[in-house]
Design a protein around this ligand. Sequence first.
Ligand code: FDA
Length: 585
Amino acid sequence: VEPDVVTDVLIVGSGPAGASAALALSTYGVPNIVVTRYASLADTPRAHITNQRTMEVLRDLGVEEEVVAKATPQRLMGDTTFCTSLAGEELGRIRSWGNDPLVQAAHELASPTRMCDMPQHLMEPVLVDAAVARGTHLRFGTVYKSFVQDDDGVTVTVEDRLRGDEYTIRAKYLIGADGGRSQVAEDAGLPMGGQMGVAGSINIVFDMDLSKYTAHRPSTLYWVLAPGATVGGIGAGLVRCVRPWNEWLIVWGYDVTAGAPDLTTEYAESIVRRLVGDDEIPVTVKSSSAWTVNEMYAETYSHGRVFCAGDATHRHPPSNGLGSNTSIQDAYNLAWKLKLVLDGTASPRLLDTYTAERAPIGRQIVTRANKSIGETAPVFEALDGLSPQTPEQLWANIAARKDDTEAAEKQRAKLREAIAFKVYEFNAHGVDLNQRYSAESSSAVVPDGTPDPGFDRDPELYHQPTSRPGAKLPHAWITCGTRTLSTLDTVGRGRFTLLTGIGGAHWLRAAGAQDLEIATAVIGPGQQYEDPYGDWARLREVADGGALLVRPDGYVAFRHATAAASLEDAERLLTGAVRRILGHG
Ligand code: FDA
């Protein structure tokens, strides 16, 4: 039977994973269709923390400025507050999301981009608009039903919800970006580890002018330690800023074994009043929904010509803000590989590196996010607030920290320590940036014989750049005439790039001789780019005439420490590397 519609890549889902896959593929000139279940994009704020690695992806895809213009800036994100309610007592704060002065410096050194808070209902339209403008065909109200695959492609049956009928789309590849209840992942039989439904939570989205409680301690997150706040949920009650300071989202737990509460407007309003602690300010509840905390990850991200990305492959609570970040980075990792296989440059073996590179990261972030929930308990513990007790007892325990006694002094110290330890959730720069791919498992990374440098400091807290194959190209500010740009701006746009300096002439010629388009960037005095601060020389870990071959996603694929001894040497080494990366080796 002839399919009704034909394309190169069919993407199921228009969330962060699907929308960014479409944007990257359209940017690279790969025909693609997105089908998505509902008649609109996300209508609630959902994921919001947008880290520097994601901003680098958006920068390469040409939408960074639009996101920055629409997002809440980093400086308004960082006074994470613990309190008994917004109007109630404050228990302490932790500077978050790069707003601690030392961490801020680390952020500035690590990337040309800044972290920001971009709620998902604002992010999706930016990604989707740009994707559609570049060629993506988007079908709202269209539900994935099933697929069959053969050696040449995948035939997918979809349902048009408006017309009520079904039709088929034939694609060379299928991307399942259909979220935490992914039907595509299930139909593809992707093996999953972990478990779903670990705890119960509800989200309440509401309008309320809370500036009098928040503007003086601007933050994305206000954590509320109140009676009932340790039941289910994500560690405590949470009042999250959607737009400063009048649009909000509350996360409140429920006992998952008892089932979700009846989410009437009255119930939602009662939770809002409890966490805000003010009965006077008018409130408009816009929506409420129940969800569960999950701890699940796929061990394999693909089956044949079917690839999954985003929550389809990693399901975890919002702690650390990793959901849409990891989803966008999955899609960015996959898109250039699909492009090179579809245009015949690479062998389909290149696609095996997708699981090899992304599955370990998915598992790591699922573990990290769930661990962060547990790490809120010491804050309650410090206030003797974990054992079941009446609200009066809890308030008395909290008040006891103000006493002039030795016990109270100990309690104050314990509370400060417990809040400071939340740095692993709110300022984990290393979790965001230290993702490195291994040449042992991925053929798209060429080992250079150097030992793994590991990490000098806690790898979850501190970013450590390296140019070793498998790591993201280090960022340094360089210049081109009067223009200042990042080393990351010399790479990307769907192409490989060879970076070298004075003495790298053999590498440049060898790059031009490959069966793969390789852009070049020469950095040094009197060259295409200059390194006036010497930052690049300090970070690059190779000599002036050495070479870095950087993949379209900005990760170093191949490194040679010194100038090539001859053109033949450069060609032999680079050709060998390219063959391995493209799966022809
Ligand atoms: P995502 O779930 O965003 O997108 C899936 C897409 O697939 C949607 O477009 C959906 O319509 C579509 N789809 C699903 N089945 C389909 C089918 N059969 N056919 C066609 N289309 C189909 N995170 C966070 O950090 N903080 C938060 O507060 C929240 N809150 C939150 C609320 C709700 C209601 C949800 C669903 C999720 C969150 N999250 C969140 C999680 C966060 O939204 C999530 O990590 C990312 O959106 C993951 O992006 P994906 O693109 O992978 O899936």
